[in-house]
Design a protein around this ligand. Structure first.
Ligand SMILES: Nc1ncnc2c1ncn2[C@@H]1O[C@H](COP(=O)(O)OP(=O)(O)OP(=O)(O)O)[C@@H](O)[C@H]1O
Ligand SMILES: [Zn+2]
Length: 464
């Protein structure tokens, strides 16, 4: 089955051909760890987890390397450290903030059914040259200066965008356009308005590292150029992130990496997920319209959140609504009821076909509903494929019994009372007291309980 992916750089959907099928390499920009992640941040994590699973399925589990970084140096982190730990030395306070946030992030993404990436490097481990010789930021910046792509000005090191004739290809922004609207007064030390910071000076009370350009800290973009080269090499297969990263972050990563290594490409496929929105606006910390993953997980199982994310194609916007979550929970209920205790061997072809079509998970979900429909009619093979497909996609994280039990608990229905009422009803039916039997059924229905009679007896579940 051929995998096709849409590439933001070439603006086309084409067959995915890895540089080396024995080591397929993917990099995704990870979180800046200063606060709980919101569900918008969960979208790239879930989307690229599905791609990671698919690549492992196609090329073999040990033939895919997935790197997702942790940004633990950023001025937002410094501000948070000063606010939350005013009594501590800054470095210690920063460590507390980043460790707490990174631990929370890991727990959140686990609960969303995501596999751990192969490597999760932290930016601060890649600032200075390393004993193991892996690419670091200071050495990359030195190379860029040596090759005439960067310059020092006003205590900063800046990337010289004019030194790269095809700068701006990913976002389609022309250098001349960027010059026109620039505020020259603010950026007087820059040769060109679009030039961006590779290294900046730190004051005594800011985090800093000793470098050839004095004590300072890296700009944001250079960290991903360093960490991707460190683990995936100068050119690799897939680079991912949210739409908002296309410019300036990914554009500048490309400029740095290609100019430092003298290559034609940093990654061969650039994938970007669309926004998760609330009432038509991007969910974001700055707008204050966000819900943290952690808060949402108090009310909903992780797999309901995961399904709600995957019902929409990754490049389209998602409007996040309570109704959507309820529908996702209902779908999972149905799937657990139909196949939650099936062993499952291989995912269905329809599931693989839809995923291979640029991760068309909206169609994948439709295929899952189709499998359930067939399984309901008694098709055991389809039931098995439904279970295997759901496990492959990171669902069915618990047993059917555990799922049912949790649902009952969450409903607040008293199981002992339900069992007693069902026994009364069975007795009424035995003495052919249909009126009493119907009355008990109505009473159960009013409690939100649906019953089902069969030869084996009467079973019940929480009705939605
Ligand atoms: N609403 C959203 N929908 C989809 N992806 C998002 C959304 N918000 C952020 N992302 C993605 O989450 C990842 C981490 O984002 P980042 O750490 O820059 O914070 P942020 O939440 O975007 O900040 P802010 O909320 O202030 O805009 C990036 O890949 C980014 O594209
Ligand atoms: Zn990045």
């Amino acid at each position: 089955m051929d995998l096709k992916l849409y590439d933001t750089l070439t603006k086309d959907k084409r067959a995915f051909v890895p540089l080396d099928p024995r080591n397929v390499r993917m990099y995704v920009c990870g979180p800046t760890v200063y606060d709980f992640a919101h569900i918008g941040n969960a979208r790239p994590v879930i989307v690229f987890d599905v791609l990671f699973r698919l690549l492992r399925h196609i090329y073999g589990d040990s033939h895919v390397t997935y790197v997702r970084n942790i940004t633990d140096v950023d001025d937002k982190i410094n501000d948070r450290a000063l606010r939350d730990y005013p009594g501590l030395p800054l470095n210690e306070a920063i460590r507390k903030v980043t460790e707490k946030t990174a631990t929370q992030f890991r727990a959140d993404v686990d609960a969303l059914g995501c596999l751990q990436p192969t490597v999760e490097p932290r930016a601060t481990d890649f600032v200075l040259p390393r004993p193991d010789g892996k690419t670091d930021m200071v050495s990359l910046i030195k190379t860029l200066i040596d090759r005439g792509h960067a310059y020092e000005a006003n205590g900063e090191v800046l990337f010289d965008t004019a030194s790269m004739p095809d700068y701006g290809q990913l976002s389609g922004r022309k250098l001349e356009e960027q010059q026109a609207g620039a505020r020259i007064a603010v950026d007087a030390h820059k040769k060109h308005a679009a030039d961006f910071v590779l290294w900046k000076q730190s004051s005594a009370d800011e985090p800093g590292w000793d470098s050839p350009w004095g004590r300072g800290r890296p700009g944001w973009h250079i960290e991903c150029s360093a960490m991707s080269a460190a683990y995936l090499g100068e050119t690799f297969d897939i680079h991912g992130g949210g739409l908002d990263l296309i410019f300036p972050h990914h554009e500048n990563e490309i400029a740095q990496s290609r100019c430092a290594h003298g290559t034609h490409a940093m990654a061969n496929y650039w994938l970007h997920n669309g926004f998760l929105q609330v009432e038509g606006e991007k969910m974001s910390k700055s707008l204050g319209n966000f819900v943290t993953i952690n808060e949402l997980l108090q009310d909903w199982p992780g797999e309901v959140v995961r399904l709600n994310m995957l019902k929409t194609h990754y490049r389209s916007p998602i409007d996040w609504t309570l109704k959507g979550l309820e529908e996702s929970a209902k779908a999972l209920d149905d799937w657990y009821a139909t196949a939650g205790d099936a062993a499952g061997s291989a995912p269905a072809d329809t599931v693989m076909e839809t995923l291979c079509d640029d991760l068309n998970t909206a169609q994948t979900v439709a295929a899952l509903h189709g499998l359930r429909h067939q399984a309901e009619k008694g098709d055991a093979a389809q039931r098995d494929q439904l279970a295997a497909s759901l496990r492959f996609l990171g669902f069915f994280s618990e047993t059917k019994d555990a799922w049912d039990a949790r649902k009952r608990e969450a409903s607040g229905v008293d199981a002992a009372q339900v069992t007693a009422l069902i026994a009364d009803r069975t007795a009424a039916r035995a003495r052919k007291d249909w009126k009493e039997s119907d009355r008990i059924r109505d009473e159960l229905a009013a409690m939100g309980v649906a019953i089902k009679d069969s030869k084996e007896g009467t079973t019940w579940e929480i009705a939605r």
